[in-house]
Design a protein. Structure first.
Length: 340
């Protein structure tokens, strides 16, 4: 089999659901039993994108935007109402078995581990299901155990694991057969800071060393900023941005926040009109620079030459604040050049 250009392809994917509408009050509920009204809901409405092998892509949007529905179509759980999808050249909902052998899936709020079995026995069962040779399985588990610190957990029943421990074991379970594509749906939800950081480090190394293609849906924008070079934003089932995460900052947000600590409180900052004071506390001031990248160095130089600056730092806007601003303004942004 030759090298494929795209690991994941979605072409005008659409998924509609029929939902029942009951009337108001008791009488409305009774009427619905005999003549239920229904309406069509577009959960995903013409989504198109293409992800190359080895990419680590963030797939984000508000609740109900269609993220999980897209993932379920790409993993073969749901059949699209229209449009097509391919994962490693396979149409997932037409050949679920073949697709399942080539992908790993982690749903943060569900587990693929057997509740009453020790973790080790779960992995052994998955080895048989995926027909992984024993020597290859032992080598993979050795690497996963070291990277995710699974040693102390292997003999524990799954029901006794903490949420963070279970997530580490779930991620390992999705990689027993060394899939080329990994789907992660909220893998760090509910985890503490240390557990999140450990999982992020592992995923970053997995993508870099093994070249695993990863698509990540999450509400934690720290996951996106630390892991994903590319970002796809979904709104009401429609892709509104597909491009580099860093480009989102450079192209659509121009405000930068400068935090300054002075040796002594200055008498206003009238001599540097480019900087607007948005907050102050004692000798500290937070200043907003609103002219994009050009000129900020000159404004900081002018500030330092005219006032007794003790310390200064420039803060970039977070991806979360940018996405929030996009939703508030409902701006349709240009799509990624590789999207089919």
């Amino acid at each position: 089999m030759g090298t494929i250009e795209y690991a994941i392809e979605a072409h005008h994917l659409k998924k509609q659901f029929t939902v029942s509408e009951s009337g108001k009050g008791l009488w409305g509920s009774v009427k619905a039993l005999f003549s239920a009204k229904t309406r069509i809901v577009d959960a995903v409405n013409g989504v198109s994108f293409a992800i190359r092998p080895g990419e680590f892509v963030g797939y984000v949007g508000e609740n109900g935007a269609g993220k999980s529905t897209t993932i379920k179509m790409l993993t073969g759980i749901l059949v699209p109402s229209s449009g097509t999808a391919r994962v490693n050249g396979v149409v997932p909902y037409e050949d679920r078995k073949k697709n399942g052998m080539n992908i790993g899936v982690v749903f943060g709020q569900r587990t693929q581990l057997w509740w009453d079995l020790p973790v080790r026995e779960t992995y052994e069962m998955l080895r048989v299901i995926y027909r992984v040779p024993k020597n290859g399985f032992d080598e993979t588990m050795k690497k996963l155990s070291a990277a995710l610190d699974l040693g102390p957990l292997m003999e524990m029943p799954v029901r006794k694991l903490s949420l963070g421990q279970r997530m580490r074991c779930d991620i390992a379970a999705s990689l027993v057969h060394r899939p080329g594509v990994l789907f992660l749906d909220e893998p760090t939800i509910g985890l503490d800071v240390l557990a999140k950081e450990n999982i992020r480090t592992f995923l970053k190394d997995l993508n870099k060393t093994d070249g695993t293609t990863i698509i990540l849906t999450t509400h934690d924008m720290n996951d996106i900023e630390q892991l994903c070079r590319r970002l796809i934003i979904l709104d009401k089932g429609i892709v509104i941005y597909d491009g580099a995460t860093e480009d989102l900052k450079q192209r659509f947000v121009h405000d930068k926040l400068i935090e300054v600590e002075f040796h002594e409180p200055p008498d206003g900052l009238a001599l540097v009109p480019e900087l607007l004071v948005v907050r102050e506390s004692g000798t500290k001031k937070w200043l907003k620079f609103q002219n994009g990248n050009s000129g900020i160095a000159a404004a900081i130089g002018k500030l330092a030459s005219m006032y007794p600056v003790k310390d200064l730092s420039v803060r970039e806007p977070s991806v979360e604040s940018i996405i929030r601003a996009i939703y508030e303004k409902t701006v349709l942004l240009p799509e990624h050049k590789d999207a089919p």
